[in-house]
Design a protein around this ligand. Structure first.
Ligand code: UDP
Length: 242
């Protein structure tokens, strides 16, 4: 597939970035060179002509489940997790601006002194102006993940695809980092992903994508220009379709 055909296919793209993607070689937090590389990649993707929205996770700082395991009430631990996503969104907003492209962070947990509260109208307005929108706070509710947040916002904003950036180049029959017999899967349906309990996204995210017929691309964020390449149809990725 050529660059033109794939980017032209996806007018509006929702990218899910995990917090882990921002840690680079560190074991937690933000790694400035990695942040810059990903910001430049997002700008490259925007230059292909698609409108770009990003939902960012917070696992590089805090995950609610881990907090709950240490005795923090789950709903409160998830609030801490949502705050972690705001830190990442502000860092990405700054990095995209430093890469020379307009960006707006919008938070599902209103924090007006830090960034604009999320609303569908505000996000659509920024996207129409070719600003890269970075959506923080996931769904704004505890007991959810930012994977589900990405599909929810993707559905709300009529994204043509959800691109899930991971540490591996697609979906495998098992975890390829643990099982040498794991086989790469090029294409599958939402139903198959749910039935086979493929752990790349949580079931709620797959179910919401299935209901709204949103394709999901799963690709590796390890290399520079990974997002731009995947959006151009190059390299290896898995596509989950209705
Ligand atoms: N979170 C939440 N509601 C949401 C999205 C996220 O409560 O809609 C919390 C939850 O505690 C989660 C944390 O924010 O563990 C960070 O998000 P996630 O684990 O999805 O981040 P990632 O693994 O993608 O870095």
């Amino acid at each position: 597939m050529t660059d033109e055909s794939q980017a032209g296919l996806y007018k509006r793209v929702m990218i899910k970035l995990s917090g882990e993607a921002l840690t680079g070689p560190e074991d937690h937090g933000l790694h400035a060179p990695t942040l810059s590389r990903i910001a430049e990649d997002l700008v490259g993707a925007a230059k292909l002509g698609s409108e770009i929205a990003v939902v960012v996770g917070g696992g590089n700082f805090f995950r609610g489940m881990q907090g709950a395991a240490k005795g923090i009430e789950r709903a409160r631990a998830d609030s801490i997790g949502m705050l972690a996503t705001v830190m990442n969104a502000l860092a990405i907003e700054a990095a995209v601006e430093a890469a020379g492209h307009p960006a707006r962070a919008l938070s599902a947990v209103p924090m007006p002194s830090l960034c604009q509260p999320y609303s569908r109208q505000a996000a659509l307005h920024h996207l129409a102006k070719q600003r890269i929108c970075i959506l923080a706070g996931g769904t704004g509710n505890p007991f959810f993940t930012t994977d589900t947040g990405a599909v929810l916002r993707g559905a709300e904003l009529s994204a043509d695809v959800v691109m899930k950036a991971t540490q591996v180049d697609g979906i495998y029959t098992a975890d390829p980092k643990r099982d040498p017999k794991a086989e790469w899967i090029g294409r599958l349906t939402h139903d198959e992903a749910i039935e086979r309990r493929l752990a790349v996204m949580d079931t709620a995210a797959f179910a919401l994508a299935r209901e709204n017929r949103i394709p999901i691309m799963v690709f590796s964020i390890a290399e520079p220009s990974a997002i731009t390449e995947a959006l151009s149809g190059h390299g290896r990725f898995t596509v989950v379709t209705p």
